[in-house]
Design a protein around this ligand. Sequence first.
Ligand code: PDD
Length: 275
Amino acid sequence: MLLYHDQIKKRSAVNIDIEDRAYQFGDGVYEVIRIYNKKPFYLDAHLDRFVRSSTAIKIELPYPIQQLKQLLLQLIEQAQLETGNIYLQISRGVAPRSHAFPGTIQPVVIAYPQNTNRPISALNEGVCAITTPDIRWLRCDIKSLNLLGACLAKQEAIEREAQEAILIRDGYVTEGSSTNIFVVHNQTLYTHPANHLILNGVTRSIVLNLADKLCISTKESAISEDALESAEECFMTSTNMEICPIVQINDKKVGTGRPGIMAKQLQEAFEHLIG
Ligand code: PDD
């Protein structure tokens, strides 16, 4: 089952054109929305960002966002998705290949469900990360389909037997290849400010809110690569990875080499939100 334009169809009934601009230029934006217990998690926050991203690249949604929300809820219901996610994408549409925007064309909206379990062992045991230069563009706040910089970084992490690549721009940590990064230094929780250099993660915002409630002191301020080396704790956040401790960076343990106290506290608070 998937959503194509405003219709729910069988996957086999849908054809994507070879001149879809998403395919040729990465000319579109996307969202990944978590489903827990058959319910979408923070759906409105994802749809708000979807509208922000598409507006930023001048793609107008073909129908009201409330209609899209209803269609996604129908898709989740019809697919009987219990735990997993919905991948949602809009491309500028189909036109003969030419870089400049074509005249008025219909954007292509697709969404489909994926069954994916929660990453329980990574959440409990933590994962390893590497650092690598952030070679991406300067509008990382847009959830663009152009993910080559992220793919190259993630692949480098996998080849170095790690799970995530922490990106470094001008000596400072920006974010992970597909996650936001949090670092504990002097008992304060740091994460990069939500500007053009990172994607303002839905999970990132949830964590900042939970930290406030738990009286954890937070600073939205970039952390240097040097400070990362002497971090007391580090963790990454995303829709799929939730709040996942990073216990080793390059060849060095973070803190004790075990998931940190703040990460555990925040994970516990996050579990309550999932319900
Ligand atoms: N990635 N930063 C980047 C570069 C990301 O690609 C993502 C999400 C995040 C975390 O955002 P959120 O908490 O809203 O999921 C941060 C998605 C899940 C992906 O591309 O699969």
